[in-house]
Write a protein that binds this ligand. Structure first.
Ligand code: BG6
Length: 449
C-alpha cells in the first residue's frame, strides 16, 4: 500500500466505525499525518527505513522527536521489535524527547513466558517506557469504580468483610470466537479474560485507598491485592474452578453452531470458552469473602457487571418472612453495555399486609454529563502521549495476574475435560457454575434483560 491508499482505507473505515460525527476539516488535518510503511519485523533495515520516515514526518509536523510505537502484532514479535527499535536508537530518550512502546495482550501465555517477555523488554527499554495495555482500564465505568469508592463518604465504611457477604463478577459475551478461532483455541477463556480484564475489575474493587492518584501509588495497591489472592492448590482447582465449552444453541432467536464447528477450531478441541472461579483474598478487609467470577462466550446476553452482595439483615421483624427469604442488598456496578450503578433493597409491597418486595435504585451514566461513552482506547492512547502510566499494567502486576491462574492452567492441562461441549450456546454456562455458589448457599445474580 502507498500512504495515499492507506489514507483512503482509513477514511472508509472511519465512515463505517466512527460512533459520532466526523468533522471534515479535522479529519483532513488528521489524515495528512498518516503514513504507511511495511517491512519485516526481524529485518534491521525495516527500522532504519522507519527511522528515516519518522525523521521526515517529524520535520514536516514538528513532533519534537516524541514517538510511541503501538504493537498490535503477534506476541512473538514484541521482543524482536523492541530490540530492533532500541538498536536503531528509536527508543533512546534525549533532552525532553520521549520514546514509548505500547504492548497489546496477550502478554505471555503463562507465568514463565510473561516473565521472560518482561525480562526481554526491560533489556531494551525502561519500565517507564513500556505501556502494557488492557483496554478494560480505559472504560469509563471501570475507572468509575475508583470514583464511587473514594469520592464518596458512604461506601468505604461498609466496603469490607463485616458488611459484604460476597462479590460476583460477570463478563458475559454473546459472540462466539468470530474469526479469531486460531488464536482463541490456543488461549481459551481463562487466559483470554482472567489474568487481565477480570483481574483489573477485582483489584479496583478490592484495593485499599491509594495514598495519591499517582501512577505508582494506584498500581502499588492493585499489586498488593493480586499478591493477596489465595493461591489455589491442585485440589482447590477441582472444587473452586469450572470450565465449559459451548455446544450449539440459540442466541437472540438465532441458531448458532457449536464451538468445535467455528472456523479455525479443531473438531475435537478441548479449549474452554467459559470459566468460573471462586477466589479468596487474604487480607484484613476481605478474609473469607468469596470473589466469584465467571466469563464466557455465547452467553444469553452481553453484559459485564460486578455485584457487591451485602450480608442479610440479622433477624426478621416481619411475620411470615423467614430471614432466608429476605433478599440481600446488592450494589451492582454495570460496566457494559449498560453503564451505571444500581442498588437493590427491600421495600414494603402496597397492601394491608406487611409483605416485602425487592426494588432497585438506578443511576445511568447516559442520563448525566451528556457525553458519549468512549471505547477505552482513545483514553489510553492519550495517557501514553502524556506519559501517565496509571491505567497500564506494570511488569509485577502482569506476573501476579498469571500467578493467580497458573494452578488452574496446570491442573486443567493434566486433566483434559471429558464432557465438552457442556453448555448450550445461549445459556449461563455449565451446571457446575451454579453449583459452585449453591455449595456455599449462594447464587449468581443473572441480570434481567
Ligand atoms: C479481548 C478478548 O481482550 O476482550 C476478547 O481477547 C473479548 O475475546 C474482548 O471478546 C472483550 O472486550 P469488550 O470490550 O468487548 O468487553
Amino acid at each position: 500500500m502507498s500512504s495515499e491508499d492507506y489514507r483512503k482505507r482509513v477514511t472508509e473505515d472511519m465512515k463505517s466505525f466512527a460512533t459520532g460525527e466526523v468533522t471534515p476539516d479535522l479529519w483532513e488535518w488528521f489524515v495528512r499525518r498518516l503514513h504507511y510503511m511495511s517491512g519485516n519485523f526481524d529485518a534491521p533495515e525495516t527500522y532504519v527505513k522507519l527511522k528515516e520516515l519518522l525523521a521526515k514526518v517529524d520535520q514536516g509536523f514538528s513532533a519534537h522527536g516524541n514517538y510511541f510505537f503501538y504493537l498490535a502484532t503477534n506476541p512473538d514479535a514484541f521482543g524482536p521489535i523492541v530490540k530492533n527499535l532500541a538498536e536503531t536508537e528509536l527508543m533512546k530518550q534525549i533532552d525532553h524527547q520521549w520514546r514509548r512502546v505500547i504492548v497489546e495482550k496477550p502478554f505471555g501465555h503463562d507465568l514463565e513466558s510473561a516473565r521472560a517477555l518482561n525480562q526481554e523488554l526491560l533489556t531494551f527499554a525502561d519500565e517507564k517506557q513500556i505501556y502494557r495495555i488492557d483496554h478494560y482500564l480505559g472504560k469509563e465505568t471501570v475507572q468509575n469504580i475508583l470514583a464511587l469508592r473514594f469520592a464518596n463518604g458512604i461506601f468505604e465504611p461498609i466496603w469490607n468483610r463485616r458488611y459484604i457477604d460476597n462479590i460476583q463478577i460477570t463478563v458475559a459475551e454473546t459472540v462466539g470466537v468470530e474469526k479469531r478461532g486460531g488464536y482463541y483455541d490456543t488461549a481459551g477463556a481463562l487466559r483470554d479474560m482472567v489474568p487481565n480484564h477480570i483481574m483489573q475489575l477485582i483489584t479496583l474493587t478490592a484495593m485499599e485507598p491509594p495514598v495519591s492518584f499517582r501512577a505508582d501509588s494506584v498500581r502499588d495497591e492493585q499489586s498488593k491485592i493480586l499478591h493477596a489472592i489465595q493461591p489455589l492448590s491442585a485440589e482447590e482447582v477441582l472444587t473452586r474452578t469450572v470450565r465449559g465449552q459451548y455446544g450449539e444453541g440459540v442466541i437472540n432467536g438465532e441458531r448458532v453452531p457449536l464451538y468445535r464447528a467455528e472456523p479455525g477450531v479443531p473438531p475435537d478441541s478441548r479449549t474452554e470458552t467459559f470459566v468460573a472461579m471462586k477466589l479468596l483474598i487474604d487480607n484484613w478487609r476481605w478474609a473469607d469473602v468469596p470473589f466469584y467470577l465467571r466469563t464466557g462466550k455465547r452467553m444469553p446476553q452481553r453484559n459485564t457487571y460486578i455485584v457487591i452482595q451485602f450480608r442479610r439483615a440479622p433477624f426478621v421483624l416481619f411475620r411470615d418472612t423467614p430471614v432466608e427469604n429476605l433478599m440481600p442488598n446488592q450494589l451492582v456496578l454495570h460496566i457494559q453495555p449498560e453503564e451505571g450503578i444500581s442498588l437493590r433493597f427491600a421495600a414494603k409491597a402496597p397492601g394491608a399486609q406487611m409483605r416485602l418486595g425487592s426494588v432497585d435504585m438506578n443511576f445511568e451514566y447516559a442520563d448525566y454529563f451528556g457525553v458519549q461513552p468512549s471505547t477505552g482506547y482513545e483514553r489510553l492512547l492519550h495517557d501514553c502521549m502524556i506519559g501517565d502510566q496509571t491505567l497500564f499494567q506494570r511488569a509485577d502486576m502482569v506476573e501476579a495476574g498469571w500467578c493467580v491462574v497458573s494452578p488452574a492452567l496446570d491442573v486443567w492441562k493434566a486433566l483434559p475435560p471429558r464432557n465438552f461441549p457442556n453448555y448450550p450456546a445461549g445459556t449461563w454456562g455449565p451446571r457446575e457454575a451454579d453449583e459452585l455458589l449453591e455449595r456455599d448457599g449462594r447464587r449468581w445474580r443473572n441480570l434481567e434483560k
